[in-house]
Every structure is written in structure tokens, then in C-alpha cells.
Design a binder for this molecule. Sequence first.
Ligand code: NAD
Ligand code: MG
Length: 355
Amino acid sequence: MSRRVALIGATGSIGRQALEIVDAHPELELAAAASGSTPVDGLAPFTQVGGDLTELLERAEPDVVLNAVVGFAGLPATLWALENGVDLALANKESLVAAGALALAARERGGGRLLPVDSEHSAAFQLQEGCIPDSIHSLVLTASGGPFRGRTRDELTDVTPEEALAHPTWSMGPKITIDSATLANKGLELIEAHFLFDLPYEQIEVVVHPTSVVHAIVRFRDGASLAHLGYPDMRVPISYALTYPDRAATPVPPLDLASGLTLEFDAPDLESFPLLRLARDAGEQGGTFPCVYNAANEVGVAAFLDGRLPFLGIADVVEETLGAVDGAAARDLVDLTDSDAEARRRAHDRLKVLA
Ligand code: NAD
Ligand code: MG
């Protein structure tokens, strides 16, 4: 039986790897493809560049939407899939972080599946399949630590976008690569995990694991812990989500233990990387604080990449913006979009002061 895939964000890092997975499996049919600005003509029967992607999704009638758009721009597609009961393979973590409860309510109404593509969350999803929720003690998300692992705050003052873009273990789009260098990516993932797995924040831990071989660990109440291991390669979680529950083959080699695999873990440095702490605070405060965290971070990252803001300024912009809003919960998408826009305005105001 064929599955019609709508791939939005088709020209990005996740998008290109998803195309490889779709090409390798005759049962996966590319029904629609979209990008923000790069042409995608001829890639699929239905294509669109920019604009309201839900129009494309309406026309294409997919069985699964792979949302590989970067940033808050992915939100309408996430909500469309959840609301319409169409399976959602979610790489675009920002939409779930920002929309949180609204997204989960849409899933409740729509009844489709939400299959995480983020590697840690795909791993955690696999580890929790078929287990009794009460049996879970805690979830551990691993972080590579990024290119600046081990540095003090002082050593981060003058780092350049080029240095921040040189990720040690993953090859990804520029926004998430900067997020990995600041640990905002793990902050977003912490909030993402809270919503995906319905776990309170105190039951989700982040540890630094430099080689990115262990993607997640679930500790159970009986003292057992299960870990998910594999080489860092996004084709594995992409393929898992698109071929669920079949777990189709990928070109990724099996783990080689004989060549001397060492697994190191360490606590994250919240002083050098305050964006992880700020994400936990924003998540615990709830309401639209996660949306504001995400919006301010997007503004900060764009300014850093443009050379308009120093590296440590990203966290300053986020912290100041979080402190300037009331964070009241959004009743609907209009409210949420307003919160996002207000956070961006305030973050831009901070930029003028810091730049
Ligand atoms: P990328 O920058 O390489 O690609 C982004 C894609 O989104 C491009 O196709 C671009 O055209 C499209 N896009 C941007 N703005 C758009 C808009 N307004 N409307 C429609 N399309 C738009 O990013 P990426 O690294 O592939 O990441 C995509 C998402 O997946 C992000 O949310 C990221 O956090 C998540 N993710 C990525 C990786 C990875 O390995 N790259 C791993 C885990 C999660
Ligand atoms: Mg991840």
C-alpha cells in the first residue's frame, strides 16, 4: 500500500535526506513538496514556494506530512496535520514548542499520529512504545555539547558565526546548528519532550554526551534504564517516522562495538550555556513563555548569523524578552501569533540596545 508524503521544507538538510528515504522506498510516494524560497518545480505533483502551505496540503491530500520547515513558520502545517487527523512526522520542533497545548488539543480532535523526527525524541518514542506510563521514572535527552563544549563564558565572548557553524557530530541547517552551539536546541527539545510525552519537566534530564551515539535513555521505576543507540544520522529517525511501524532498512551501518566505542556523559554547563536553563524556566512557567522563548531565540540567532549580535547576546535577548511579557496562555492561534509577534518586537528592541 502506498503512503502519500507531503514534504515541506524539502530543500533543507532534513528535506534532502527525506527525499533520499522516499526515493529508496517504492511504497512512499512524494505527493507534495514545498520550500520557503528555493524552486521545487517538478519535484512532486503538487509544489509550492512560500505562502500558506496549508493550501498545498489541502490540494495534495497526503497520508503523512513531514514538516521540515525551520522555525515558527512551520506552525500552520503542524496544526493542519494534527487538526485533520493526517499523520505528522515532525522535525519542526519550534511549532510544537510554541503551540504546545494548542497543538495537543488539535491532535486530540484530529486523532492522527504525531511521530517525532528529532533524533532524541524518535529514540524516546521508540523506548516508551508499549510501556505503562506510570512505570517511567525519567527521560534523559543527550546533547553533543556543540562546538564550544568545555568553554567558559569568557571564552565565548568573541566566537564567530563560522566557529559556531562547525558542529562536531551533526551536519544540519544554520539555525539549528547555532542552537546546538548555544544549547537552545536542547532547551527547545526539553519543551518538545514535555509536550510529546506528557512528562513534567522534573522528569526530563539533559546530559552532555559528546559522540552523539546514545540519543535518549528512559529510566524505569524498577531501576532498569533503556538506551537508544546508533550513529548520528538523521536518515534513521526520518525513515522510522515515514515507514512506521515497519522500521524499513536504511543505508546506515549497524553499530560497531568491536572498534572500541566509549560512552561518556556529563552534566551541562548552565553558566556558559544559559539558554538551556532559560528554556526549562520558560517551560515550567508554561502559557506562552515557550512561544516567547522560541521567537526571541529566532531573532537572536538571525542577528548573530548576520554579525549584528555577539554569541552571548542571543541568551541576553531571550532572557530580556521573557522578562518583558506576561506569558498568558493563548486561547487560539490568533492569540499565539500575537504572542510570537510581540516577542519578536521586544527582541528587536533589545537588539538595538545590545548591538
Ligand atoms: P534548513 O535551514 O536546512 O531547511 C529549512 C527548510 O525550510 C528549507 O527547505 C526552507 O526552504 C524551508 N523554509 C524556511 N522558511 C520557510 C517558510 N516560511 N515557509 C516554507 N518553508 C520554509 O533546516 P533543517 O536543518 O533541515 O531543519 C528543519 C527543521 O528540522 C528545524 O525545525 C530543525 O530544528 C529540525 N531538525 C533538524 C535536524 C537536522 O539534522 N538538520 C535535526 C533535528 C531537527
Ligand atoms: Mg535533536
